[in-house]
Design a protein around this ligand. Structure first.
Ligand code: ZN
Length: 438
């Protein structure tokens, strides 16, 4: 897709008038059509005093019946439920530190194809078990510490039919999900205010950096075991420091700890902060099945579009959009079609700015870092869907390539890429000021 930049004065004024007047309308529509339990749980650090530690986990059984057992430093209340498309078993716990050896949960056994674990929200941890078939959870309990034996969580999964699974889900939705105890009424410690509400008078542009994935969603996994969620957070923190050092910008991060945040909440954080620019940071990976894994490498930049620019971009967006599924939440319902028309209009205008930034970033990356392709690409990334926030998604490189994996972990390379971003951000706002002097 190509956008022509309108250079007439009239064009600029009408464009910005349109943007500012539509902002309030869109804000109103989005606030009234979407709600989220996690919206306020962004980067707040938990204040749990004694964190429970999970030391080891064990999967036992066969293709019909399996036990999933976890040793814990103390007894906790759990809630277990199932989800379909794909079939998953979700275990929610209070905040737990997982001291598992790396690679835990990635090997298939019996009914289970893999499992993930991590922080899901402040004060709340989650384990997501991917199962190969529909299952019933026939037991979910936590046995208390006894003598020198640690507390032990035990979940029993039994293979079932699709029909029985669906029936059980209906029961679950009526509030009969399996709990080891009565659900806690006490809310997790999420009252801590985030840095969202920065001074309203500060005229400096607000940059929102969005480190992809986190917590229960590890993102791509490198050939040497590097986790996307970790490198993108490391990079984002460094970028924030670099941006703040210029004194020219305000910066907010969608997450500053290893926690999961639903995709639409990331979008909301950008909007709530009235971000001038939203930059989602990721690292790609290609499957082991593809040959020449090491030769597929380099950085690329993406913007939002309904129709993907190419098959690879489409596949990538589908992969990145799976974040919520990976973390075990159901996708939010689609919005009212009437409001969509208005949002589409604003989105088109915003997309021009996203494209303008992406082009500048591509130009700065050329020659400075290894590129994967020489154009701005686009697809239906859900995290870029704020209708009034220019948004881009930067894939730093391929964790499946040993060269890129090494780069991504290197502070020196991270700094270099940070500088590249700094230059394009500066160029972007210089162009913007030229366009809109007020
Ligand atoms: Zn990603």
């Amino acid at each position: 897709m190509k956008y022509r930049h309108n250079s007439s004065l009239y064009g600029f004024f009408s464009f910005f008038f349109f943007r500012s007047s539509i902002f309030f309308l869109i804000t109103f529509i989005l606030m009234s059509t979407t709600t989220s339990a996690w919206a306020k749980s962004t980067v707040a650090k938990s204040t749990v005093v004694k964190t429970t530690v999970a030391n080891s986990a064990r999967l036992g059984g066969d293709a019909k019946r399996m036990t999933f057992a976890v040793n814990l430093s103390k007894k906790v209340a759990i809630k277990v439920f199932t989800l379909a498309k794909p079939y998953r078993v979700i275990i929610d716990l209070p905040e737990v530190k997982f001291h598992f050896p790396s690679g835990y949960g990635r090997k298939a056994k019996g009914l289970v194809s893999a499992y993930r674990y991590g922080l899901f929200a402040p004060g709340k941890s989650r384990i997501v078990i991917d199962v190969k078939h529909p299952v019933l959870v026939t037991k979910a309990q936590v046995i208390d510490v006894s003598g020198d034996k640690p507390a032990r969580m035990e979940i029993i999964l039994v293979k079932t039919t699709k029909e029985k699974f669906t029936l059980n889900q209906a029961k679950q939705n009526l509030g009969k999900g399996m709990s080891s105890q009565k659900p806690e009424t006490k809310k997790p410690a999420s009252k801590t205010k985030t840095k969202d509400a920065t001074s309203k008078e500060d005229p400096r542009p607000m940059i929102v950096i969005d480190p992809g994935h986190g917590g229960v969603d590890p993102g791509a996994i490198g050939s040497k075991g590097t986790l996307e969620k970790k490198v993108v957070l490391m990079f984002s923190r460094r970028l924030r420091k670099q941006l703040l050092a210029t004194g020219l910008y305000r910066v907010t991060m969608t997450r500053d700890i290893d926690t999961y945040i639903p995709l639409h909440d990331r979008v909301k954080i950008g909007r709530r902060n009235k971000a001038s620019l939203f930059i989602s940071i990721h690292a790609d990976s290609i499957s082991k099945k593809r040959r020449r894994r090491n030769s597929v490498r380099g950085s690329s930049i993406y913007i939002l579009s309904n129709k993907a620019s190419d098959a690879e971009a489409k596949a990538l967006a589908a992969l990145e959009n799976r974040s919520d599924i990976i973390a075990g939440i159901e996708l939010p319902e689609s919005q009212n079609p009437v409001t969509n028309i208005l949002i589409d209009l604003a989105q088109r205008e915003t997309n021009k700015l996203s494209y303008m930034f992406a082009k500048l970033q591509l130009k700065q990356m050329r020659g400075a870092v290894k590129l994967h392709g020489y154009r701005t690409r686009s697809a239906g990334f859900r995290v870029l869907k704020a209708p009034d926030t220019p948004s881009v998604l930067l894939e730093l490189g391929y964790l499946s390539s040993i060269h890129d994996e090494k780069n991504l972990k290197s502070p020196k390379w991270q700094k270099k890429m940070g500088k590249v971003l700094l230059k394009s951000i500066e160029a972007y706002f210089t162009q913007q000021v030229a366009v809109d002097p007020y």
